[in-house]
Design a protein around this ligand. Sequence first.
Ligand code: UD1
Ligand code: CA
Length: 491
Amino acid sequence: MAVRPSAVVILAAGEGTRMKSAMPKVLHEVAGRSLLGHVIEAAAHIEPEHIVVVIGHGREQVAAHLAEVAPWVLTVVQEEQLGTGHAVRIALHDLAARGAQLTGPVVVVTGDTPLLRGETLSGLMAAHSAACTVLTARIADPTGYGRIVRSGDAVTAIVEERDATDEQRAIDEINSGMYAFDAAALNETIERLGTDNAQGEEYLTDVVGLLSADGLRVDAFIAPDADDIRGVNDRVQLAEAGAIMRDRINTRWMRDGVTMADPFSVWIDVDVELAADVTVLPQTILRGPTAIASGARVGPGTTLISCEVGPGAQVIHTWAELAVIGDGAQVGPYTYLRPGAQLGAGAKAGAYVEIKNSRVGDGAKVPHLSYVGDAEIGEGTNIGAATVFVNYDGQEKHRTVVGRDVRIGSDSMLVAPVEIGDGAYTAAGSVITEDVPPGAMAVGRAQQRNIEGWVERRRPDSTSASAARAAREADKASGRVPSDGSSDSEE
Ligand code: UD1
Ligand code: CA
């Protein structure tokens, strides 16, 4: 059993210039979580007594983010980025000032490595028995990384690219920038770091050389998957890390019983929950704490943000945020569910339908071209095509309540606040401004009148007039009584 570390120090003070961003690098996101958030998650896996994040550039933004996502981590400000050794030194001073007793190991990791997994740190802890154990990787192109110099199995030094000899540059085992240290050995050695190197910085890597020179053992633990230590320095690497994360997440869900025909086009955030026998179709994005129950089919072309989808529901070509989709409900194609949309069991929201802050009862249907806002729709009710819930009077929003088993005619305007009783009907094309009692038929539209012969008189040279004339002559020939065009007056 590996020991619990006393502390994990996360280095996150650097500027991240190559991101060319107004936002600090470690706040950029992969799979719905910040780079730093991923590292904290991995660090938490080995259950340290303390997590200390060293912040510097963009410190206000980073501190605000941490207060939101991980208020239990400590932060320490590194005013000037004087090197990785300096950063760890001030973190240790900060812990000492807080009275922390470092009885177990101290682990150091970097804040820009979102693919780092808890299991990899567990592996490092399990392997750690020396004064220091360096997490390393063997990679095809070691350019830019510190190289691991060994004598037999033992690590004797880490040499930075800029300070390396040609012979050392040929070494393909690289330093991840992550380590487990014996706390006492680290505390003692870190105070002896100099700045005699190409960058004039206090290199944490020099601790390794000092420990080795003192006759203490330094081991290497080679990362089982080199992706874990992949740092993000620019937007290209951000996209690469995102793609690896996507593959990891999708592989896990497929192994857990989720069907994906095209996992390369499916993007799932880390906090999403999927049941077995969910099907996720191509071009689908599941964000936030979205949860999808067994037998549901989502996609193609669907984005769900913090939604709940019930068992057996179908969601096709839809954008939905903070919506609840009931058991066996049907949504889409081309449906927009906004916050507070709740569809009951077996309910339907069809093509070109927008719903916000409304409950659609069990088995109720809004099949086509409608806007439903701030409404309650009872079970079994049908909302005819092109109905608008007129919820906004220009200043305030009002609610509409539609009872159960109601039939709202097509192209109705339900002007809120208004209530339609159970089992009522409204005539197509009605503007409903007053409450409708249960079982009534509401007609809220002008009486139709036909002005006979209008086209032949007023548009005599038009194709419509020729068509009208032909129809009148055909009627006459067939013996039907022709209209004389005088049934109504013109205006
Ligand atoms: C460091 C290692 C190198 C390793 C590489 C892995 C040293 C001297 N070199 O190099 O061996 O291969 O990481 O990525 O340690 N940081 C601070 N404060 C500072 C300096 C850095 O917080 O004063 C943070 C950075 O924000 C970053 C991390 O430490 O998250 C690494 O710093 P960086 O400057 O990128 O080190 P490298 O030169 O890449
Ligand atoms: Ca780096």
